[in-house]
Design a protein around this ligand. Sequence first.
Ligand SMILES: Nc1nc2c(ncn2[C@@H]2O[C@H](COP(=O)(O)OP(=O)(O)OP(=O)(O)O)[C@@H](O)[C@H]2O)c(=O)[nH]1
Ligand SMILES: [Mg+2]
Length: 298
Amino acid sequence: MADQQTFHSGFVAVIGRPNVGKSTLINRLVGEKVSIVTPKPQTTRSRILGILGDEQSQIVFVDTPGVHRPRTKLGEYMEKTIHESLQGIDLLCQLVDAGKVGRDDHALAQANAGLSVPRFLLINKTDLVHPQRLLPTISAFSEYGFDMILPISARSGEGLDRLMAAIRERLPEGPRYYPDDIWTDQNERQMIAEIVREKALMLLREEVPHGIGVEVLSVKEIRDDLTEVHADIYCEREAHKRIIIGRQGEMLGKIGSQARADIEALLHTQVNLQLWVKVRTGWLDNLNDLKSLGYTDQ
Ligand SMILES: Nc1nc2c(ncn2[C@@H]2O[C@H](COP(=O)(O)OP(=O)(O)OP(=O)(O)O)[C@@H](O)[C@H]2O)c(=O)[nH]1
Ligand SMILES: [Mg+2]
């Protein structure tokens, strides 16, 4: 048992514009697939916890949706989620994409400059830019009073040892908030829904991915080594439904087989995955629909 006197713990929120690599970073630091990752912006829609613990400490990373201007009720929910995710945190990490720093990144830094917790600016994706290009970014952000500005690559791992050391240094004394055998607060159904959504997002293009929602209806253990999963994929229009199903069901088949492989790895059984595509016109703006897909306050 760890000595309770010296146990350190804390909530570390990771915020930033869509697509800057927040979920990639948390997955890498936790060493498990906490959050889905895709090249499409607005992949993460909820607050998701990634938990990393040892004998002396527990770090609870808080993954958040990318900061953007909401255009739908889902967008408003995501924005609210970001603000609520900052309540009670012990440390804030703002991520920017080294190659794509813009006005919104500055606005976000400015908006949080008054927070009383330590704040780090992490300049991510350094593997994609020449080191010299980092200098102007570092100096441009120096006016917001960050406790540390650190170039990192969530993909290659560059800078992450320094980041972890800096987080541990500032972790207050505190309790073990979560059991030490879990690495996320999501339940099995939520993780399965996210896996299906990830594959759909990866495989589909243009506006179709943004209108997709996944609801897992049942997860049934048929045998010790076989689980049956039923899930609905919601989309906004008939035309989208046709694209998601694809010619002779080809697209849905691809989404299904890629998702099945990941769900099998998650559940450690074979999986029979039954996917249905349904149209729910305007679901992104319908509070009841949002609720049934888990995008709800609680
Ligand atoms: N080259 C490179 N790509 C990265 C790095 N970190 C993340 N990416 C890629 O950037 C894309 C977005 O990553 P995510 O982790 O989904 O970004 P996010 O900030 O969580 O995005 P939202 O959930 O949409 O807000 C993915 O294609 C990642 O593989 C990095 O350090 N280097
Ligand atoms: Mg994300």
